[in-house]
Structure formats: C-alpha cells, structure tokens
Ligand binder design. Sequence first.
Ligand code: MRU
Length: 362
Amino acid sequence: MKIDGTPYRSVWVNEQDGWSVHIFDQTRLPWAVDVLRLTDVAAAAHAIRAMQVRGAPLIGAVAAYGLCLALRADPGSAAMERDAALLAATRPTAVNLQWALDRMLARLRPLEPRARVAAAYAEAAAIADEDVAMCAAIGRHGIELITGLAKPGRTVNILTHCNAGWLATVDWGTALAPIYMAHDQGIDLHVWVDETRPRNQGALLTAFELGSHGVRHTVIADNAGGHLMQHGMVDLVIVGTDRTTRIGDVANKIGTYLKALAAHDNGVPFWVAVPSSTIDWTIADGVREIPIEERASSEVTTISGRAMDGNITTVRIAPTGSPGANPAFDVTPSRLVTGLITERGRCAASESGLLGLFPERA
Ligand code: MRU
C-alpha cells in the first residue's frame, strides 16, 4: 500500500546491506512516519512486545525475520532454540507468532549451522510473500460481500474494529482488503472506525490507512456501534482475528465480542477475515482455550495523543491510585459469526465450514 504515493510493505529487508530489517514504528503513527532498522533479535523481540509492530500476521513475519537476525549472531542449535523461544514469548494470543517460528524451525533444524542464515532469510521472505498473497485473496473473496450490498445512490456502511489493515499484515490487510478492493472498483462505501480503546488502533492506524487510501470513514467511540446498528446505519461488520479455532471461535481485539452481540441482535452480518496462518487447528473452544494477553493497566488509566502544541503526550484519565485492568483480546463464539473469509474462499464459522476449505486438516 502507499504512503504519500510511495508503495511500502510493513516489514522489509534493507536493500543495501541485504540483512537488516525495516519496520514502521507503529507507536508513532499517525503523528510521525518513522522507519526503524532492526539489527538483532533483541530489537525484534522488543518491537513485537512494545507494539512497534502489531497485528497477528505482521508479528509472525517480524518474528521470522527476528530469527534471521538471531542466526547471524549465532547459527548454532542451542542459540536458535533459545532465540525462537524469546521471540515466541513476546505476545501470547496471536497464533501466527508461534506458527511462523514453528515453520522457520522446521526448515532450519535439519540444516548444518553454516547453511542456516541464507535458508532463514529465504523462509522469512516466503512467509512475507505468502501473507501478501493470502491477504489479496481474502480481498477478492470478500469483495462480493460489499458489492452485493451496493445500490445506485446508496452508500454501503461497514463497521470495523481495531486495525486489520496493511499495517497489521505485510500488505493489503485482512478485514480491510475487501474494503480497499471495493473502493478501488468505485463502490460507494463508508467505514465506521471503532476507536478501539485502550490503545486506539482504530482511531490512530485504521483511520490513517483509510485516509491515506482515500476511503471515506468516520471514527466512532467504541460504545457507538450498537446504536448505529439499531438505526440501520451499519450494513456489514468485517473484523480481523488473532486466533481462530477449528470450530470457528474467533479471538480478536477486546471489544469485538460486544460488536458481534450487537450485530446479532440487529441482524447485521458479522464477517471475520481469516488467513489460514491464524487458524489454530489444535483447539476448539476459544473462550476456554485461547490465552488472552493481559497488558499494562497504564494503557487503560492513561491516554496518548498529540497535544495542541504538536508534541505527542500521555495524560492520566483515571484518578491516581485507581487500579486498571487490561485484557487485550476477547473471544467471539462462532454462533455469532456470519461467516469467515479465508484465502481459499468464504465459509461458515464451523468445523465443517473450515474443513470444506481446508480438507487436509480433517
Ligand atoms: O494488539 P494488536 O494491535 O496486535 O491486535 C490486533 C488485532 O486485534 C487485529 O484486529 C488482528 O490482529 C487482526 S490483524 C489482521
């Protein structure tokens, strides 16, 4: 996708040196477009933990490149296993992280240490390229959900939560890919962007992405979605996912479940964009089995933004001494999900629906 007309991916290898890894510092967006250069595994782990990169597919790709950086320092087996574990421990909910590292280790373990660095970069590049292809395919399979609602003289209103756009993936995004493609085809659409407290990925990142691409959008308080649905102002909800179980339960950014309940109550279709790298085939009951990341309470008791003097600043919004709690994800049971959009097509949010598209997992 483009920023000021220049095409970017959200992670890439430095073309000059051929090994260091670039990312955007997403903690600074949209106020500053800062590109960071990662040169060791500690920096890659920090980038994921501190959410300089975030979004399930992107943290998988950055972890893969983080392992490449680790192997440059020490390609031995003990160090490789230790550094993979360090990267895996950075964030618990999105399964792409472990998926990408498992894939890297499966490729690298059988190799002699001296052959590992080149093989690791090739595998990380394949993970990144495949993510772009998966997201583009999700866009193609999801676009009909939007074009099917389009009528002359009528805007299609779509609500989304958090950021499941190109900043959350290597390119295109998951939930936003069908939106970008429908917009590019000239469909009259408008996106309600949940601000997504506590870290405001919607207000900061999704609004930035949609604005950069010229997509009409409005940022709303997280609590506004139910009201908009009751008044016929939402035609369709599309969200991403950090982990989807084999029966179609979906973990996504905290607050997604409440949107699904409101959508169900109001007969609004609720679709989830799911690259197969986000499916955890080993579990079924998402509410009981998906680990939910608990983040610092300061993300709830404070808020950051750009002050009127232009400086990025953090202010406290709860009384000093009031504790905060910060579960970062929730699980939407499959019964509330209208359907899943995968790179192989759309399906019901159920075991049979998923196995229909991925029969090799039966
Ligand atoms: O905590 P984050 O910002 O990493 O959470 C991201 C989300 O919940 C996204 O909606 C999800 O990863 C889907 S990304 C394609």
